[in-house]
Design a protein around this ligand. Structure first.
Ligand code: FMN
Length: 178
């Protein structure tokens, strides 16, 4: 047994291949390489439902050879969206289209992932290409909830009790389990 092996040796690839292109194990998930597509909100969903846009956007990254493709911030409840175009996973009908994306990403050899999210005080605003930080007009707005009443973009924020905040965290976990 070689007692001279350092822990940093584990990061060294066996071949001359650049480390970036070598597999990486995270728990029981094996990435074929270390290129990770960060979650990028596309503001192209309809009532939280993803569209062909998302299949093409994420599928193209998988075809391109990324090791992991992360689905954009996906709200666990309707009022947890940042904008009306944000993705959601609060209704059963939202599951199947996401499955189509994950199946396609997997078929390209990449690992699909999702960023479950709640916008909190950042919610109920217009898409950033209309304005970077602007609340939705009252007719389209929805009530905003967050752990504290600190607002943004002159919106009223309803602060949740600690108990409700914990319940929300559990909600994110329960959506993840599904
Ligand atoms: C168009 C766009 C959408 C983004 N959407 C999200 C998002 O949904 N969730 C998130 O955590 N970060 C989001 N980000 C931030 C990116 O995931 C990333 O953290 C950021 O671009 C910095 O990455 P870099 O340090 O590699 O440049 C977004 C960035 C861009 C450019």
């Amino acid at each position: 047994m070689n007692s001279q092996v350092k822990s940093s040796d584990a990061l060294k690839p066996a071949s001359k291949e650049p480390l970036l292109f070598t597999p990486l194990r995270i728990g029981n998930v094996l990435l074929p390489n270390r290129i990770v597509v960060a979650p990028m909100a596309m503001y192209s969903a309809v009532e939280g439902h993803i569209t062909e846009w998302h299949l093409v956007h994420l599928g193209a990254r998988a075809i391109g050879g990324a090791g992991l493709v992360m689905m954009e911030a996906t709200a666990v409840e309707r009022r947890g969206r940042v904008t009306p175009g944000c993705c959601g996973l609060w209704a059963d009908e939202q599951i199947e289209p996401l499955r189509t994306v994950t199946a396609f990403v997997k078929a390209q050899g990449a690992v699909p992932a999702i960023q479950l999210a709640h916008s909190g005080r950042k919610g109920s605003r217009v898409p950033p290409w209309i304005h970077k930080n602007q609340a939705l007009p009252p007719a389209e707005a929805w009530p905003i909830v967050a752990p504290s009443p600190i607002g943004e973009c002159t919106k009223t924020v309803h602060s949740l009790s600690k108990v409700k905040t914990v319940i929300f965290s559990l909600k994110i976990i329960s959506v993840w389990r599904r």
